[in-house]
Design a protein around this ligand. Structure first.
Ligand code: SF4
Ligand code: SF4
Length: 433
């Protein structure tokens, strides 16, 4: 376990004030062959081969795109092993024995600022494709595809809102590494020929205003501003953020690009900088490990491929061992619970919440309407639940559950402790049949 000055209460406010800790890098790292969109991969190395950090060692294939797999340490490739992926599925991972030398692939050359200034949008897209840049806020959507839109962009929004309770890794990244964020934004400004870039953060964070107030006065930050938005959940949902930051309402079924907006998570922007400046894929990221079930909640800088168990041990393990635990990857509202702690930190894991499992007794629906009033997309979750229970597919489709963003609010506010969001998730599947 890592030594700390004192026990940290599990509140986002306090955890967000503590510096990020470098998590120890384990002797074995694991890289997924599958992810939410790619099923299987072509592997370029064979068992016993030495690999270098950042080296392209495989290629995942999805229906409409490919995604390189890069080694996140130097060492020996030992073959495949099954572990849980953040999607909750047991998949193959490539196992690398870390030699702890961190020897980078020498073919990955740093670009000078002059070289970067000459890159076209197409060049940048190609670099991001090769570096397997994806949405690091949890979406894992390939950045190069997101950037291929042809619509002119007038505003770039950087999402640093991180509105879910408990997690604060993006907040720490913004405080600790503004250079990489500003560097990434400048690359986006260049790619989209768009000066207006706004970093959206919760208005309550005076520490961010302090850091960026000074930083954004520099000449290289021309056009970049800090944009304080609301302190509520789900303010980080892209549609809510766009409305708060620009006044533009993006209707359901439309993309922000159609309205001249490009939006990226703050960690993704930092990853874009690593890719374009250093030609490197993301080999480490910030991860919050927190919740009432863990001894010492912490924000870690974690090597991609680290077993989650390793981080849980670095946090001092579980408290109240006798109480069963719920493990959630992502935030407590939109994240997904995983069946086992035998899970690997991929580059899209933002956080792990460890909760002491409470026995919750569900009561019948009392038609209080709280779920309807709280739904940010204007759905009727209670009606959707009834339609799912009745297996009435026409009614399900009429209630339009596909607009649900799975924010979890309908479950959170339910007076009768019903897991309403689970019914809406089922409705989304049934609506597509
Ligand atoms: S999870 Fe519930 S509250 Fe959130 S968008 Fe879906 S239906 Fe609405
Ligand atoms: S919040 Fe719960 S109890 Fe109230 S209407 Fe919705 S499902 Fe029923």
């Amino acid at each position: 376990m890592i030594s700390r000055p004192k026990h940290i209460e599990d509140t986002k406010g306090l955890l967000g004030q503590l510096p990020t800790i470098d998590a120890p890098v384990p002797d074995f790292l694991y890289l997924a062959t599958d992810n939410a969109r790619c099923k299987g991969a072509e592997i370029y190395v064979k068992e016993g081969d030495r690999v270098l950090m950042g080296q392209k060692i495989g290629l995942r294939r999805a229906a409409f795109f490919e995604q390189p797999i890069h080694a996140t340490c130097s060492g020996i490739y030992l073959g495949k092993e099954k572990h849980y992926h953040r999607s909750g599925k047991l998949v193959d991972f490539l196992k690398i024995q870390n030699d702890h030398l961190d020897e980078w692939d020498p073919s990955l050359k740093e670009r000078s600022d002059e070289e970067i200034a000459k890159l076209s949008k197409e060049d940048i897209i190609e670099i991001l494709k090769e570096c397997a840049s994806v949405g690091l806020g949890g979406s894992s959507f390939p950045t190069y595809i997101k950037m291929q839109g042809k619509q002119p962009i007038h505003t770039i929004l950087i999402n640093g809102i991180e509105c879910e309770p408990y997690i604060s890794a993006d907040h720490r990244l913004m405080l600790e590494d503004p250079e990489s964020i500003i560097g990434g934004i400048r690359i986006l400004q260049q790619a989209f020929s768009c000066k207006d870039a706004r970093i959206c953060v919760k208005s309550k964070y005076s520490d961010l205003r302090q850091v960026y107030g000074a930083f954004l006065k520099r000449p290289e930050a021309e056009g970049i501003s800090l944009c304080p938005v609301g302190n509520f959940y789900p303010q980080g949902w892209e549609i809510a953020m766009i409305k708060s930051a620009t006044g533009i309402e993006v209707p359901s079924g439309h993309l922000p690009g159609e309205f001249g907006i490009a939006n990226f998570n703050v960690s993704t922007v930092s990853g874009i900088y690593q890719a374009v400046k250093y030609n490197r894929s993301v080999v480490e990221r910030l991860v919050s490990v927190t919740g009432d079930g863990i001894a010492y909640p912490s924000n870690f800088r974690v090597r991609v491929g680290t077993p989650l168990e390793y981080l849980l041990q670095a946090c001092g393990g579980f408290v109240k061992e006798e109480v069963p635990k719920v493990l959630i990857l992502g935030g407590p509202m939109m994240g997904a619970s995983i069946p086992s702690s035998d899970c690997i930190v991929t580059k899209t894991v933002t956080s792990c919440i460890v909760l002491n499992a409470e026995e919750v007794k569900e009561e019948p629906c009392i038609r209080c309407g709280s779920c309807v009033l709280s739904c940010p997309t204007g759905l009727e979750p209670q009606q959707i639940m009834l339609a799912v229970k009745a297996n009435d597919k026409d009614r399900i489709k009429a209630l339009n559950p596909l607009r649900c963003i799975e924010c979890g609010l309908c479950t959170y506010v339910c007076t009768s402790k019903i897991r309403v969001t689970d019914f809406v998730r089922r409705a989304k599947i049934l609506a597509k049949l």
